[in-house]
Design a protein around this ligand. Structure first.
Ligand code: NAI
Ligand code: MG
Length: 503
């Protein structure tokens, strides 16, 4: 504990490159140009490590949003992108990936200042991940196509039948604040490879890297209007995108609550919808594990990115025979995960993204205590400017408590015991969500049983949150609709057309 109270919460100095981004004139990227908003409304940008306002961005109006959609529509309809030879699209996308990579240091710092995540983490995870999404999807530009499918009821010799894949069209891509650049590239990559045009709307809390990305999109040679970046609040510009008749698809990552609203709002214009939503992912620790490996693994599953991860391992189920050891092993990681300012090279965990998120997470911890949970680790926040919350573990919890049922989106894990496989499968599935799970065991048979019985889009074994762009990612139940990444990821940006020719 002493070690934690002597930490410094003073944010470190910004580099010249970061200061340049912070002092850029607030503008929207529409039709290849930086333009002012129709109304002069701005949104403050905070550094969560200090709580200070460090920049401002535009709050795009409905008129601004319409302008961005019109640009994307025109760019789609004249085929300036989809009409290029696929090799040209692939080359430009690879150039974009190279440019992001060349600015890795700058992106990592901007993300750390904007979101609060440690710069070291942004540099190790977010930026290389963003590059991989663009690079991997670039390869699909030339490699997805239809089939010459023989007919079934029609006479084969009298008809020639085939399918073609075509881009869905104008795509609205609405991303959250927890992995801003990574989520932007995860969305932009497949849409570009498919030949779509885009209006990207980053989260109002974290738009800096998306704006910098727009510079590189232009530099890479992506034609004007193909990718437009508008910043602003979800209920204004986001809502307009979702309802706009000229938008063909909405891809959203964020809360389940807003995901449901978007699904409803997209109905009148029957848009294609991809939703990556919340989770309450279980971490199941079987009795045969090496606790020295599993306990830090379970700690990382929840404390990475301050628990602001859709796949955060927020419900721990440890077998009764190892429960106490696992809880102790996690508690022992407290000083490793103690929150520090995002530019501190020693930081493994930063502050939460905002005052709103801080209040929400502290509110859940208080609710858990009121409901009778005991604090086995943390449970409090250091007194500091900025939105720091200490890594927290609650025990003596039950399945009715809000801390067990709801997505907290902070560094808070609830730990429960179990006795047998059927019991833990039932509890793991006792949730509205179905995004991910991890199971920790050396026994291959147990592993396969759990992998098949847990209802989740991704199941990890002896690791957690290992994401690979080649593997489809998405949720069961209320964790989402559709898949991103892998071949499924590009298919979500394609229409299939059947051509039936009478010879
Ligand atoms: P949110 O779901 O409201 O925001 C995500 C994105 O959606 C942002 O770009 C926002 O501007 C946009 N948006 C908001 N309302 C919209 C609307 N009516 N139409 C179109 N776009 C809209 O998430 P928020 O409010 O920042 O966080 C609240 C909670 O959501 C968090 O505490 C966390 O539990 C959850 N969350 C989950 C994420 C995940 O990856 N699973 C990511 C972010 C938040
Ligand atoms: Mg919201």
């Amino acid at each position: 504990m002493n070690e934690m109270t002597t930490l410094s919460y003073q944010q470190h100095a910004y580099s010249a490159a970061a200061q340049k981004s912070l002092s850029r004139k607030p503008a929207l990227f529409i039709n290849g140009e930086w333009v002012a908003s129709s109304h002069g409304e701005l949104i403050d940008v905070e550094d969560p490590s200090s709580g200070k306002v460090v920049s401002q961005i535009v709050d795009a109006s409905v008129a601004d949003t319409d302008r961005a959609v019109a640009a994307a529509r025109a760019a789609f309809d004249d085929g300036r992108w989809s009409g290029l030879p696929p090799i040209a699209r692939e080359k430009i996308m690879l150039r974009l990936a190279d440019l992001i990579e060349a600015h890795a240091e700058e992106f990592a710092e901007l993300e750390a200042i904007d979101n609060g995540k440690p710069k070291t983490m942004a540099g190790a995870i977010d930026v290389p991940g963003a590059v991989s999404h663009i690079r991997y999807m670039a390869g699909f530009a030339a490699k997805v196509g239809g089939e010459t499918t023989p007919p079934y009821t029609l006479p084969a010799g009298a008809f020639f039948t085939y399918t073609v894949k075509e881009p869905v069209g104008v795509c609205a891509q609405i991303v959250p604040w927890n992995f801003p650049l990574l989520m932007a590239c995860l969305k932009v990559g497949p849409a570009l490879a498919a030949g779509c045009t885009i209006i990207l709307k980053p989260a109002e809390q974290t738009s800096l890297t998306a704006l910098r990305l727009a510079d590189l999109i232009a530099e890479a040679g992506i034609p004007a209007g193909v990718v437009n970046v508008i910043t602003g609040y979800g209920h204004v510009s986001g809502d307009r995108l979702v309802k706009h008749p000229d938008v063909d698809k909405v891809a959203f990552t964020g809360s389940t609550e807003i995901g449901k609203l978007i699904n409803k709002n997209a109905t009148d214009t029957l848009k294609h919808v991809t939703l990556e939503l919340g989770g309450k992912s279980p971490v199941v620790v079987m009795p045969d594990v090496d606790v020295a490996e599993a306990a830090p693994g379970a700690a990382g599953a929840i404390f990475f990115n301050s628990g602001q991860v859709c796949v955060a391992g927020s419900r721990l189920y440890a077998h009764r025979s190892v429960f106490d050891q696992v809880v102790e092993g996690i508690a022992n990681t407290a000083s490793f995960w103690a929150p520090r300012p995002s530019l501190d090279p020693a930081a493994h965990m930063g502050p939460l993204v905002s005052q709103e998120q801080f209040d929400r997470v502290m509110g859940y911890i208080e609710a858990g205590k009121r409901d009778g949970a005991s604090v086995a680790m943390g449970g409090d926040a250091p007194s500091a400017d900025g939105y720091y919350v200490n890594p927290t573990m609650l025990v003596n919890v039950n399945p009715q408590m809000s801390v067990v049922r709801e997505e907290i989106f902070g560094p808070v894990v609830v730990a429960q015991r179990f006795d047998d496989l059927d019991e833990v499968v039932k509890e793991a599935n006792n949730t509205q969500f179905g995004l991910a799970a991890s199971v920790w065991t050396k026994d291959a048979s147990t592993l396969h049983k759990l992998a098949s019985r847990i209802k989740a889009g991704t199941v990890w074994a002896n690791c957690h949150a290992m994401i690979d762009v080649a593997l489809p990612f998405g949720g069961y139940k209320e964790s989402g609709v559709g898949r991103e990444q892998g071949r499924a990821g590009i298919e979500a940006y394609l229409e299939t057309k059947s051509v039936i020719m009478k010879l």
